[in-house]
Design a protein. Structure first.
Length: 454
């Protein structure tokens, strides 16, 4: 009897994958107890641990990381002398934002128009399911040819660095010959892509004070320094008129040499409204992969409903700065902090608090692991060659792993292609991408094991 191709095995496992992703998406695992109960993250971690035990993983552990969250670890031994591959994903998710804007409940996996919708479906609960699918397919097709470590993080979206600090304190735990980070995505659906660079990130919270307390705007407005107006002026100093990020001392003219992102495609992917221009200069790839980008991600001010005619005494904002490869995130943090203090109008008192930071990352795309992945992706996506792109987002753990294991090869793949709309309302995953990338990962593990035996 002829064994069926591994691609058919992966396809046969898809109904189970959907059922499991539904269970995992149902956990409201936002790693911020101010927004959702901590018990939701703990329950998601327990689910992941149980899934690993069910696949015969050994030493499964819930790791209490220094930021108060839990990461899940497990080890699956392979044949004697086989290389070790570390597979990474995270179970924590972004908040759902405005739940009323979702076309289906954010924590209920819903199939619509050929995609599965739900918070974390692509970023990155789907990434964990991708790893499980690949391993199950290999087990059903002769066995997993490598030793596998799995680490599933519990606070990646918060950028609080718990797993990075845990790994630094336990350097032997995640040691591997190759690391597959399942938290990026194809350049677009159907185009197999590995991510070669990640921008780093720094997150600052700035508080600006001008008065001892709020004042009546009729009695004092026009002379009393308005903290909210001062904050608006301060935040405006972070961008030039064309939208280019302008932080004193921070270079903004680096160019991207590689796969380009046509402006028309970007406008469609980003859902830019007709008549609204893009910001910045250079190619789209320059702007999102090779240059810094500042974003005001939150601001405390009185809501319109219930607003009173008052001059505000205090204002607060949270600012994210994406830091491209070649720049140091700590240095960028210092420059941004100095900029905020130097540009505060009217002598306003400014306090800056750092709430997150991660270094940018650049992979070695000439490594043997990339050759194995290219063969695997070309088999999983017939007629397509593997592409290499950048990614504007941050995965701080990558630099920690690169520093701890300088000989390890690091590859970044995943389900977060543009249509997934990660971090936005109506996040979704393509089941076809989940199937093909799971197949690609399974074939990669087989190819990689063979390359090490050669």
């Amino acid at each position: 009897m002829t064994a069926r191709p591994i691609s058919e095995t992966v396809a046969s496992l898809m109904p189970r994958a959907k059922a499991e992703l539904s269970e995992l998406v149902a956990f409201r695992s936002v790693a911020d107890p101010a927004q959702f109960p901590k018990s939701e993250c703990e329950a998601a971690a327990d689910w992941v641990a149980d899934a690993l035990r069910a696949e015969d993983f050994q030493d499964v552990a819930l790791l209490d990381t220094p930021d108060g969250t839990r990461s899940v670890y497990g080890f699956l031994p392979g044949p004697a002398g086989a290389p070790t591959v570390l597979l990474y994903a995270h179970y924590d998710v972004q908040p759902p934002l405005d739940e009323s804007a979702w076309l289906s409940p954010p924590f209920e996996l819903t199939e619509r128009d050929g995609r599965w919708y739900g918070r974390g479906s692509a970023d990155c609960k789907g990434g964990f399911i991708m790893h499980l699918l690949a391993l199950r397919a290999l087990k059903a097709d002769g066995g997993v040819p490598v030793s596998v470590k799995v680490i599933v993080e519990g606070s990646e979206e918060q950028g609080t660095g718990g797993l990075e600090r845990y790994a630094e304190a336990h350097p032997e735990l995640l040691a591997a010959n190759t690391i597959v980070i399942g938290d990026t995505g194809n350049f677009r659906v159907g185009l197999p892509t590995v991510t070669a660079t990640l921008r780093g990130m720094t997150m600052l919270r700035v508080t600006l004070d001008t008065l001892e307390g709020n004042l009546h705007s009729g009695q004092f407005g026009g002379a009393a320094p308005d903290a909210l107006a001062a904050m608006i002026q301060l935040l405006a100093s972070l961008r030039a008129e064309d939208g280019t990020t302008t932080v004193d001392g921070l270079a903004t003219d680096t160019e991207w040499d590689g796969l380009q992102y046509p402006e028309a495609d970007f406008r469609k992917d980003a859902k830019v409204l007709d008549g609204v221009g893009l910001i910045g200069t250079g190619t789209v790839a320059d702007r999102i992969w090779a240059r810094p980008a500042v974003t005001v991600i939150g601001i405390d001010c009185p809501p319109v409903v219930g607003a009173t005619p008052s001059v505000q005494a205090s204002a607060r904002a949270q600012i994210s700065l994406r830091v491209p490869p070649g720049q140091d995130a700590a240095e960028a943090t210092g420059l941004l902090t100095a900029h905020l203090k130097a540009h505060a109008p009217w002598g306003s008192r400014v306090a800056v608090e750092q709430v997150g930071q991660g270094q940018p990352f650049r992979a070695d795309t000439s490594s043997p692991a990339y050759t194995s992945m290219a063969r695997a992706m070309e088999a999983a996506y017939p007629g397509e060659k593997m592409q290499t792109s950048g990614m504007g987002g941050s995965i701080p753990l990558c630099n920690t792993l690169a520093a701890l294991y300088p000989e390890a090869e690091i590859l970044l793949i995943g389900l977060s292609e543009p249509e997934a709309q990660i971090h936005a309302v109506n996040e979704s995953v393509s089941p076809e991408e989940l199937e093909r990338l799971s197949l690609a990962e399974a074939l990669f593990l087989r190819n990689y094991a063979e390359s090490k035996r050669a």
